[in-house]
Design a protein around this ligand. Structure first.
Ligand code: ADP
Ligand code: MG
Ligand code: ZN
Length: 469
């Protein structure tokens, strides 16, 4: 029997607003436990929420970009449950009027996007003797993006997440660090015999911390479903936890329908009206996205599609590229720098593009130095890595390390004389009409100059010397 896998995603994006969704506390990741908290974050009774306007605007940015219908009268609801990470005992979220509906990403339809608050974090003592609460994350703004059950393959899921990640990054609304939990994805999955119209019973998998884990989890869970059904069993609708070390999913809870949560409209947050003027104001600030940038780099700057893809892999990289183009007027040279030495540096040092710290002005200076023949390619690369690694001043580094091309015409003349004296056969060949030997002789002169020769000077001097001898 041929089986079809059906999936839908629930993606949580932590927003990069400075403050939380309902109070002024910082959203910064890390920090000593319980230092970014106020009585609201720790659920003390009587604290009233004050909605952060930026959260609504971030939701509008995403919704407008993904062609969603934007809800004009936004309300918030309480999702009630009891767990130590949620000291108020309800999560303020949007059930009845989510900020965005419909829309799509690369052919996958979105069900909705809603605003909500994150919970705190439970930290277990390593020996299991105690559990502690850190409420720094409590009240961090989230957008939950829910898709329709439109995925049939792992590849579609990963493509969707890659595009969504890119969009969130370019819109500057989420830093998308999966390892820090700022982008989290739950996979809902069911299987059905190919050709059957009805969907099968689904399970939802949580705790997927990387694209790789997602791919493995889908593989495992779809096999499990097919196995259970083939053996005459039934899939239980439940939430399962993916254990990436064991390579298995385990049941987590099986309650979870809307009634369990006793949702009701939150009386503390007044409705938020999005009028045309506000919507148009936000629309006017939407930046150029990765796909548009790629097209522009290819069309305007003649960059190869593969290189344009590398440059737009992260916003920090495309910002650097555009700055280099602005400073040097040399898009191809800038693209080569990024796809070559910069990528090598990131790989060698295990640096993530988002953590890259580099002074574009210094790299632009290096591009100008190599293009005007002041340094050769080897010195260019060496200095560039010193800029990446130790943030050196290019010119000071080049001088200290004797990397400036030798413009001393005495030294060039001496090197030419030495090379000519050492290679009588090549010279005879050249004069006999074999022009290919010129390159060889040129190489010998550069060797005499220990790689510091400036080809722009050496070449005409050597031509003149050969014509004379
Ligand atoms: P609930 O209201 O119980 O949270 P939803 O209808 O909102 O359920 O669906 C949650 C997620 O599960 C959505 O991403 C949806 O696309 C997906 N989904 C729903 N039914 C199925 C199914 N049978 N198989 C796979 N995914 C499904
Ligand atoms: Mg749901
Ligand atoms: Zn607070």
């Amino acid at each position: 029997m041929n089986w079809e896998v059906v999936m839908g995603l629930e993606v949580h994006a932590e927003l990069s607003t400075k403050s939380k969704i309902f109070c002024g506390c910082s959203t910064e990741f890390g920090g000593e436990p319980n230092t970014h908290v106020c009585p609201g974050c720790t659920g003390e009774p009587g604290v009233l929420p004050m909605l952060n306007k930026a959260v609504v605007e971030y939701a509008m940015r995403l919704g407008l970009t993904l062609d969603c219908d934007i809800t004009r009268v936004n309300t918030f609801d309480r999702k009630n449950y009891f767990y130590p990470d949620l000291p108020k005992a309800w999560q303020t979220t949007q059930l009845y009027a989510p900020v965005c509906r419909n829309g799509s990403v690369g052919g996958i339809r979105l069900h909705q996007i809603h605003m909500e608050e994150d919970a705190g974090k439970l930290v277990h003592a390593p020996n299991g003797s105690a559990a502690y609460m850190d409420y720094n994350r409590s009240g961090t703004p989230l957008l939950e993006i829910v898709t329709k059950p439109d995925f049939r393959t792992t590849e579609q899921v990963l493509d969707f997440l890659e595009t969504l990640r890119e969009t969130l990054l370019y819109l500057d609304i989420c830093d998308c660090k999966m390892q820090e939990g700022s982008l989290r994805c739950d996979v809902n999955l069911s299987v059905r015999p190919l050709g059957q119209a009805e969907f099968g019973t689904r399970t939802e998998m949580k705790n997927l911390n990387s694209f790789k884990a997602i791919a493995r989890a889908i593989e495992y869970e779809s096999k499990r479903h097919i196995d259970v059904i083939t053996r005459g069993g039934q899939i239980t609708q439940e939430t399962r936890r993916w254990d990436d070390n064991k390579g298995k999913s385990m049941p987590m809870r099986n309650k979870e329908n809307a009634q369990d949560y006793r949702y009701f409209p939150c009386p503390d947050v007044p409705p938020v009206i999005i009028d045309d003027a506000w919507l148009e104001q936000v629309r006017a600030t939407l930046p150029e996205l990765a796909a548009q940038k790629r097209e522009r780099y290819i069309g305007e700057h003649g960059i190869a599609p593969k290189d344009a893809a590398t440059i737009t892999v992260h916003k920090t990289i495309s910002v650097l590229f555009e700055r280099l183009v602005e400073l040097t007027g040399q898009p191809k040279e800038a693209a080569n720098l990024i796809t070559g030495e910069l990528m090598r540096h990131l790989n060698n040092t295990g640096t993530l593009p988002e953590d890259l710290q580099v002074d574009a002005g210094k790299l632009a200076e290096l591009i100008n130095l190599v293009l005007t023949g002041k340094i050769n390619r080897a010195a260019y690369k060496q200095t560039m890595h010193a800029v990446f690694g130790e943030d050196v001043q290019p010119m000071a580094y080049i001088e200290q390390n004797g990397l400036l091309m030798d413009d001393n015409s005495d030294a060039v003349a001496a090197a030419i004389a030495a090379a000519l004296a050492a290679n009588p056969k090549a010279i005879a060949d050249y004069r006999g009409g074999n022009e290919k030997t010129f390159g060889f002789i040129m190489g010998q002169v550069m060797k005499e100059l220990k790689g510091q020769g400036n080809p722009a000077l050496v070449k005409p001097a050597l031509e003149a010397a050969l014509a004379d001898c």
